[in-house]
Unconditional design. Sequence first.
Length: 350
Amino acid sequence: MSQIPPVPGAAITTEVVIIGAGPCGLFQVFELGLLGIGAHVIDSLAHPGGQCAELYPEKPIYDIPALPVCGAQELVDRLMQQIEPFHPTLHLGQEVVEFARQESGRFHIRTATGTTFDAGAVVIAAGVGSFQPRRIGIEGAEAFEGSGLHYRVKNASTLHGQHLVIFGGGDSALDWTLELLPKARSVTLVHRRADYRAAPASVAKVQEHVAAGRMRSFEALPHSLVVENGALRGVNIKSRDGTTHALDADQLLVFFGLHPKLGAIAEWGLELEKKALRVDTEKFQTTLPGVFAVGDINTYPGKKKLILSGFHEAALAAFAIQHHLYPQKKQFLQYTTTSPIMHQRLGVPD
C-alpha cells in the first residue's frame, strides 16, 4: 500500500473514499477489496489506527474473534497487513474540509492540504470524529507533556519502577492502573468522585488492591504541580473539603477522556442523532444515498460501540456499496476459503 503526500491539482478519481483509518476504516478496505472495489483512505492523524493507535496502543483487547488477547497497536498492524493485497492509498495527516454531492451522484471531497477526490461512494469511519484528550488544566502542565505527563501510554516499559499518579475514573484509567501496578514502584489513583465509570470487575480489583495496601486512591482534583529545579517531582491534589495533599510522582498519567468533535461532518447535511450519523441496518447508509457510516460514528437501534460490531457493519456496507456503484451487477456471496476469484484478489497461490 502507499502513503502519499498532499497532491493539489486534479481530482483523484476513485470508486470509494473512506474517511478514517481506524480499525473499522481499515477493515472496510478489506471488505471492499474482496468485492474487487478500490478505495482511498483519508485520516487527520499522521498514522493509521485511529483511537487505538493514538490513545492506547499497548492496551490489551480481549473481544476480537479468534484472538484471545491482542494489543491495540497489534490489531492495527494486523489489519494493515490484511489489506496489503488490495494496495489502498492512505492520505494521512489530512483533514476533510469540503464535501459535496455532485449532479452526477458522485462526490467531491477536498482536504485541508488541497488533495481532491471524485468518488462514487463515501464511507465515514471517523470514530468519534476529530478528538483531543481532555487536559489536566493546571498551571505549567504543558511543559511536561510527553516527558513527565502523559495522556496516552506509548511505551509502558518506560513506566516500570516509577512512582505513578493516575488521574481518571473510566476504563482507561483503571485498566492502566491494574496493568502497571505490578510493575511500578508505586501507583496512586485520583478521581474526582467516589463512583467510577469503568467496568465493575476493574473497579472491584482496584478496591481490593487499595484495601490490601498495594496502592492508594483519593477522591480529589488536581491542584498544582510539584517542580524542583525544572523537574517534575509530584502533584498536589485538592479534596472536596478543600484540603490539599502532596503526592510524590515521577510520571503523571491523565485519562479524562476525549473532546469528541464531528467537525465538518456535522455540516454535511447528514441526519444526526446525539452527535452520531443515523444509518439503516441493512446497508449502513446514511440519509444521503451513496454515503455510508461504520463504527463509532454511526447510530441505529441497538447500536453497540464495539470494534467487532464495526467489522460487521463494514461487511454489510461493502455489499451495499457494490450495489450502489454497480446496480446492474448481480451479487454473489463468495467464500474466501473456496473462491478462485477471492484467492486471486488476496494473492493466494494456486
